[in-house]
Design a protein around this ligand. Structure first.
Ligand code: ADP
Length: 675
């Protein structure tokens, strides 16, 4: 049933002298409304035919056609159905044509009355791809080609063509349509319209103005959208250029403040729990007081609290008319603005009339706030567009902050890795050197023994002794080295428990004495550690290790005629302080810290007679730090004796827990590697 013949083309064929014109959709809307209004204004009409491209266009006008049907003899409405539009006879005739019908591309309105006739016969021009690319959504700029006229001859011809098309779809209307056609043939002869054109012209202008207003509104929203995109883009670009949060805030606050022409724009970092921030980044409009450097109260700021609670933007158009911002202690309201020490709330102090606060959030974590203040006497109503713009910027700032954070972490990690790598290289170099020395001695001794079978027995004994003692030195060195690596890697698990210090000291003393048994005579060792001292909270085995090393050193660097003392006291805080002092060779004041470095030995390993690896004190410092204490050395210089102090946390008394004893502990520790 569908018909591919265009009504416009059929009309042009019938009346070849006609010239078409281009109309925008907005003009056709205005013309159609003005024509319909003529009927509604009471100008008698015999026939009205309106053809809509789609049912949805008709729906917008359906109420008008109901009223038009009361004022015209015959009304026909055509449309391509989309939902429930169908061919039926009710208040007026509706004709549902096939969507493939040429009518679906056209827009017609024909009005014929005794004193007035007008028609609009237009066909939509397909937009070129260029046109649709420029404004794909601008419905108002769709173009039509056709004829709009009051010429009764043309109007009647158009009506005839449309009536024929109606008959195709509604043959049962043949009688009614026949009547209309007969009327038309008499009216064709009646000549020109006999009507005052002014009301029509006035209505037309009004509709055109309305169309224009719609266009301006659409243009405004496109401009706002574009401005928003530009702003978001420029801030995104700034973010890409910088990974410094300060730089990002500086740019964002300026761009946003300028774009929205607010009196004051603030951007700052904060957490939910912050009570104050110091303002650093601000955009200021003319004649507004700056907040830079000021402590900005958050803890008792109800707007901030509302933002934190809701995790979304909160705004107030008129702070003076917002009781929960101003009143103290109201039950339903959030807490009042604090900072009234100078007699005025920040609203008064900083003249905030309208206030917008948008959170910078990343994965539910508050990272900061964007604030806009209007301080002018006239209130400002925050618009959807402003809100969505600030929210978009806040999102970008959030991403930037997270990026910057990740970058800073990465830099930190990188530095740590570099430091670790340096330490590792140093260690390898130093350890290599320290191991090579005893190894060369062993090699020389063994080579001599192998190549000189006739070597005297005493010399052979000396050689063997030398090789053995250097092998022992190597063993100790490797063991100390592994212990230190373990401690430095942070993998050591401390087994803290309440212990009597005296027990640890006794164990250390017996191990020192056992080690020195076959060596030279030891200096006199005095112990002043009261059993009454409070228990220490520590890992006994590691503490014994430290005390043994300190006592070992004290004996090593003190003549047998000298004295070594170990004493302990409460140092006033929550620590016990242990001191191992000797009357030995002492330490130069500028070496008091260096002695804790790895492989530090005053005389250098080659010239050393006392043995040792140079790792002892480095190990002690790692252990004591790990146990939550401190270790340091004191000496008045050469031959003035030395004092090594260390602190250990006192056990905070829990009556139900008895002290542990070291004897019960399993021997050996996973953290200490035995060689
Ligand atoms: P080691 O004793 O194996 O050489 P340490 O790390 O224990 O290594 O000590 C490092 C250096 O600190 C020693 O070589 C020595 O020069 C100095 N030192 C340590 N304890 C004392 C002390 N009680 N008196 C004088 N010097 C000391």
């Amino acid at each position: 049933m569908s018909n591919s013949t265009s009504i416009l083309e059929a009309l042009l064929q019938a009346l070849p002298d006609l010239r078409t014109q281009i109309y925008f959709k907005s003009s056709l809307t205005a013309l159609s409304h003005a024509m319909e209004d003529q009927i509604l204004a009471g100008v008698n009409s015999t026939l009205v035919i309106a053809s809509f491209q789609r049912e949805r266009f008709y729906r917008q006008e359906a109420h008008r056609y109901l009223r038009i049907s009361e004022r015209a003899d015959q009304v026909y409405v055509l449309a391509a159905p989309e939902t429930d539009f169908a061919s039926r006879t009710e208040d007026y005739e509706t004709i549902a044509f096939e969507p493939t019908d040429a009518l679906a591309q056209e827009w017609h309105l024909v009005v014929v009355g005794p004193r007035y006739a007008a028609c609009l016969v237009c066909k939509e021009r397909q937009a070129t791809s260029e046109e649709s690319a420029i404004q794909p959504a601008a419905d108002q700029s769709r173009r039509f080609e056709g004829i709009w006229t009051f010429d009764r001859r043309i109007v009647c011809k158009a009506a005839e063509l449309l009536l024929d098309r109606i008959l195709l779809y509604r043959p049962e209307l043949a009688d009614k349509v026949g009547k209309a056609k007969a009327e038309l043939s008499t009216k064709t002869r009646t000549g020109f319209n006999n009507l005052d054109p002014e009301p029509f012209a006035e209505r037309l202008v009004t509709y055109l103005q309305a169309g224009q207003y719609k266009l301006i509104k659409a243009y405004r929203s496109i401009t706002a959208q574009e401005r928003k995109e530009r702003l978001v883009n420029s801030i995104t670009a700034a973010i890409r250029r910088s990974l410094d949060p300060n730089e990002i805030f500086k740019i964002a606050v300026q761009e946003l403040g300028q774009a929205l022409r607010v009196c004051r724009c603030l951007i700052y970092r904060c957490k939910e729990t912050d009570t104050h921030v110091t303002i650093q980044h601000e955009y200021l409009g003319a004649a507004v007081e700056s907040l830079v450097g000021q402590e900005w109260n958050l803890g008792s700021n109800p707007l901030f609290q509302a933002v934190v609670q809701r995790q979304e933007a909160v705004f107030v158009d008129d702070t003076q008319a917002t009781p929960w911002l101003l009143n103290d202690g109201s039950e339903v309201s959030p807490p009042s603005l604090g900072d009234r020490s100078n007699g005025a709330s920040p609203i008064q102090r900083w003249q905030i009339q309208s206030w917008l606060m948008v959170p910078v959030i990343h994965q539910s974590r508050l990272l900061g706030i964007v604030e806009l203040h209007n301080c002018r006497a006239t209130l400002h109503e925050w618009t959807e567009a402003e809100l969505s713009l600030v929210e978009a910027i806040a999102t970008q700032i959030g991403v930037a902050l997270i990026q910057a954070e990740a970058y800073a972490n990465l830099e930190d990690l990188n530095q740590q890795l570099e430091a670790l790598d340096r330490t590792r290289s140093n260690l390898i170099a130093i350890t290599g050197h320290e191991l090579r020395t005893p190894l060369s001695t062993i090699q020389v001794c063994l080579e001599s023994l192998a190549s000189e079978p006739d070597m005297p027995a005493e010399l052979r004994q000396v050689m063997l002794q030398s090789a053995l003692s250097d092998a022992e030195r190597m063993r100790k060195l490797i063991q100390d080295f592994l212990t230190l690596s373990e401690l430095e890697s942070g993998r050591v698990k401390w087994h803290l428990e309440p212990l009597p210090l005296r027990e640890c000291v006794d164990l250390a003393l017996s191990s020192v004495r056992a080690r020195q048994l076959h060596n030279n005579r030891l200096p006199e060792i005095t112990t002043q550690v009261s059993p009454e001292l409070p228990l220490v909270q520590t890992d006994g085995e590691w503490l014994v290790e430290v005390l043994s090393k300190l006592l070992d050193n004290a004996c090593k660097f003190t003549d047998p005629d000298g004295r070594v003392t170990i004493e302990a006291h409460e140092n006033g805080g929550q620590m016990l302080e242990v001191t191992v002092s000797d009357t030995g060779r002492g330490i130069e004041p500028n070496r008091l810290e260096v002695v804790f470095d790895r492989f530090y030995q005053e005389e250098g390993a080659l010239r050393r007679t006392t043995g040792g690896t140079g790792l002892g004190l480095a190990i002690c410092r790692q252990i004591i730090n790990g146990l939550g204490g401190r270790i340091w050395a004191e000496s008045n210089g050469k031959d003035q004796g030395s004092r090594f102090h260390l602190t250990i946390p006192i056990f905070q008394n829990e009556p139900s827990r008895p002290p542990a004893t070291l004897a019960k502990k399993p021997k050996g520790k996973a953290a200490k590697s035995q060689v």
